[in-house]
Design a protein. Structure first.
Length: 386
């Protein structure tokens, strides 16, 4: 009899609770009931420890799916869609198998244009995996059981627990922080000094002393400030600076957002790289994508549209010139095209060089610019059919 392989996500807390309760029941949220019903006796649950991104065990399903509303196993949720299981392998966080160690064996890594795209496949469970991937994970876990290797890990990541918020439209959701694991590129040597109207004798940065992300973030903040707008910088970027110029020193930088949305929407908006504000209105929102993967900003914009489809905020993706085609292709992927409205219709693209050039050309009259000039500076993300 062939078996199916299903991803089963655990945090360190829920894994401990599962084990303390006898390792005999695995549970899922009510919204996953239709998927749970497809799981059959004899199937394998591939236990994935989020936070440290490691496979920690295998469970064999020994019952049909059933529902039970009780906080008898997990203290923070009842996970009512349940399966009786028996452990086949149970490792420790030290001896668990990092998913990236299986890069050459798993199909989720076979996207050379998006090196971080694999993470999309480990965000929801249960999820059906291919037999080939499932068998590769089983082999790796059996090897780890027979020949354990202790690998260090970040204790903070191990104890990470996603915070669920409620969106009025979508229901319980998580709002991840920015992806701090993505490397930022160095400031290119060919970048020319940029002058603002209010600083005619000084340059804002020198070559190669900061990252492109910080450079563009500072330029957008300073540009908005000189245009007379209030500013918001991503909550986890407030303490940053560019070439010694602190974001917090900008006179128009706000400490709080006057937003009237649900908690999940507010949290998402707070993490957007740069906002231009006028009173309670958001004039423009910018996500800067200078890292290897462009998914963090796209997913944040996608979350925002999913939760607030009638939101009328100009959204801009700002990225290096040589990544224009990649941005266009990713924005038009099916997962974003299914949004209503599609993400490509809500976002426009601004190149790094275009932004730098515009600021240089407008140095003498920046304070007279209106937000509408972004329409000329940017381009649509909608792909025209040939």
């Amino acid at each position: 009899m062939s078996r199916n392989y299903w991803l089963d996500l655990f945090t360190w807390a829920t894994w401990n609770e599962f084990q303390k309760a006898g390792s005999s029941v695995s549970g899922f949220r009510l919204s996953r009931w239709s998927t749970v019903q497809k799981i059959a006796e004899g199937d394998y649950m591939l236990c994935y420890l989020s936070g440290v991104s490691r496979f920690i065990g295998i469970l064999e399903v020994i019952s049909s799916p059933y529902k039970e509303n009780a906080r008898d196993i997990w203290k923070d949720d009842d996970f009512p869609c349940r399966l009786k299981v028996k452990p086949v392998i149970a490792l420790t966080p030290e001896t668990a198998v990092p998913v990236t160690y299986l890069r050459d064996q798993l199909s989720i890594f076979q996207n050379p244009n998006s090196p971080h795209a694999w993470s999309i496949h480990v965000r929801q469970s249960p999820a059906l995996w291919t037999a080939k991937d499932g068998e590769a994970i089983v082999r790796a876990l059996m090897e780890a059981k027979d020949n354990p290797v202790k690998r260090p890990f970040d204790a903070k990541k191990l104890n990470y627990k996603p915070v669920f918020m409620r969106s009025r439209r979508v229901g319980p959701v998580t709002v991840p922080e920015s992806n701090i694991e993505e490397p930022e590129t160095s400031l290119p040597e060919q970048v020319k000094p940029i002058k603002f109207a209010q600083e005619p004798e000084s340059v804002l940065f020198e070559e190669k002393k900061s990252t492109e992300h910080n450079e563009i973030q500072w330029l957008l903040l300073k540009l908005g400030c000189d245009m007379g707008f209030d500013l918001w910088v991503a909550r986890n970027d407030k303490g940053k600076d560019f070439m010694g110029k602190k974001y917090s020193d900008l006179s128009r930088l706000k400490n709080s957002l006057p937003l009237q949305f649900d908690d999940a929407t507010n949290r998402t908006i707070e993490l957007i790289d740069v906002l231009w504000l006028r009173g309670n209105a958001i004039l423009a929102a910018f996500e800067i994508e200078s890292t290897t993967s462009i998914y963090s900003g796209l997913l944040r914009m996608s979350d925002l549209i999913a939760m607030q489809p009638n939101l009328n905020i100009p959204l801009y993706l700002v990225a290096p010139d040589d990544r224009r085609e990649k941005v266009m292709m990713e924005v038009n992927r099916p997962t974003f095209a299914r949004l209503k409205p599609p993400l490509s219709e809500m976002c426009r693209f601004i190149s790094f060089s275009g932004l730098r050039e515009q600021i240089n050309q407008a140095a003498a009259y920046i304070r007279f610019l209106k937000p509408e000039f972004l329409e000329e500076l940017s381009e649509t993300c909608v792909l025209e059919e040939a």
